[in-house]
Design a protein around this ligand. Structure first.
Ligand code: AMP
Ligand code: GLY
Length: 421
């Protein structure tokens, strides 16, 4: 099967790395990819957002199967366009992707299905939202309804911060029409866990769970980022078979069934962001794709052929497929460009990518090959270093031992990933 992966992050590098191990995949392409994917597949210079360009490319070069990594093209209907052209594609349709692209849709769905989640009010009037902030409990969480590149959620400690966030979203229109409506949500406290499932209509197959570190600095300080590190599995005092069964029974299955009933059956990966609070687990959000950097520590634990799973999902044949996960522990640490998540420089040579210990894998993100063939930085999050271990402590030691040998100008990483274990 000639297979195309769409995206250019470390998540897509990990997906490509896993697909490359499959006997079902004869030729592997990545659009647009990065310097890491170029080593194991062929990069195609078409942006993940260019749906017309991708469709033309797939038709003209007889790509047989396409896997979509990021939410942007899914929310813009890439799957609908490919399916209308008779092409096989992994991912949800535009109406199913609303589970991520509209926080109002997703909150309404949770409330209608009795899925445990934080209380929230929805506003499409700026004045009404301002009025509510005058009296709401603090801290509070302001969320733009639509996609905002991970920046549309603000946890506000004070009324002034909440009003500023609201103004930026609804009045200054910082995220465009994503700010037509906002959700003002109860602040939830606890341990966050990311859980994924392969979903095919009303059938769900849960994946291994992971924890993600959103804040830029050690000790969870500083602004939110795309994610600075991850580990899998979560600690056993947070996550065990009973919680897993509860998540499947109370969240995954009712949501999958509801999507079928609503006329937008889900196909692809469903991402559940869960907060384990003192009052039990609550859903923070759904996403319509794999998480980054969680994928980099979850996919290495998959023992079943990823191409077989994704193909079965795309064909509506996932039910009955036995999917096996290993018990190994993985820790992933993101190395980023100085200044990220604000502005940063690119084009710095990356040294030390070779000669790593067995069990250590580097998934590249913001990288490209320079004209001289050198791997150089090309983004904020540059790479995720991952290591496998018999325990999280073992994996953590290994990943940091190896990360110390990787260098580029102004690089930084968090030193406390999986330190809690
Ligand atoms: P989201 O874009 O919905 O994933 O939100 C980004 C991050 O903001 C989440 O991963 C949480 O860390 C935090 N967050 C979102 N909603 C809440 C909430 N209701 N209470 C506390 N933190 C939240
Ligand atoms: N790691 C968070 C996300 O992928 O949305």
């Amino acid at each position: 099967m000639k297979t195309l992966v769409i995206g250019n992050g470390a998540r897509e590098h990990a997906i490509t790395w896993k697909l490359q191990q499959s006997d079902l995949v004869s030729e592997l392409l990545v659009a647009p990819g990065n310097a890491g994917t170029a080593q194991i597949a062929e990069n195609v210079p078409i942006a993940a957002t260019d749906i017309d360009g991708l469709l033309d490319y797939v038709k003209n070069t007889s790509v047989e199967f396409t896997v979509v990594g990021p939410e942007g093209p899914l929310a813009n209907g890439i799957v609908d366009r490919f399916q209308a052209a008779g092409l096989l594609v992994f991912g949800p349709t535009q109406s199913a992707a609303r589970i991520e692209s509209s926080k109002v849709f997703s909150k309404d769905l949770m409330l209608a299905e009795g899925v445990p989640t934080g209380q929230a009010r929805t506003f499409s009037s700026y004045e009404d939202a301002k009025g509510y902030i005058e009296t709401c409990p603090l801290p509070t969480v302001i969320k733009a309804d639509g996609l905002a590149a991970g920046k549309g959620v603000i946890v506000a400690e004070t009324r002034q911060d909440a009003l500023t966030a609201l103004k930026e979203i609804m009045d200054d229109r910082q995220f465009g029409e994503a700010g037509d409506s906002v959700l003002i949500e109860e602040y939830l406290q606890g341990q966050e866990v990311s859980v994924f499932a392969f979903v095919d209509g009303d059938y769900v197959s849960p994946m291994a769970a992971a924890c993600d570190y959103k804040r830029v600095g050690d000790g969870n300080v500083g602004p939110n980022t795309g994610g600075m590190g991850s580990f899998s599995p979560p600690r056993q005092d947070h996550w065990n078979c009973e919680v897993e069964a509860q998540v499947r029974r109370e969240i995954m299955e009712p949501v999958a069934k509801a999507m079928v009933r609503l006329g937008c059956p889900y196909s692809g990966v469903l991402y559940l962001g869960i907060m384990l609070t003192q009052d039990g687990l609550k859903v923070i959000e759904f996403n319509c794709r794999l998480g980054d950097p969680e994928t980099q520590v979850v996919l290495p634990r998959l023992r079943t052929d990823l191409a077989q799973i994704m193909l079965a999902t795309a064909k509506g044949e996932l039910r009955g497929l036995d999917i096996i996960w290993s018990d190994d522990a993985y820790v992933g640490v993101v190395m980023a460009s100085g200044g990220y998540p604000d502005s940063y420089k690119t084009g710095h040579a990356i040294k030390g990518l070779d000669g790593l210990e067995p069990g250590v894998t580097i998934f590249q993100a913001g990288t490209r090959l320079s004209s001289g063939g050198e791997v150089v930085t090309d983004g904020g999050r540059v790479l995720t270093a991952t290591a496998a271990g018999k325990s999280l402590a073992d994996a953590r030691r290994k990943v940091y031992d190896n990360l110390h040998n990787i260098h580029f100008q102004d690089s930084f990483y968090r030193t406390d990933i999986a330190a809690c274990i």
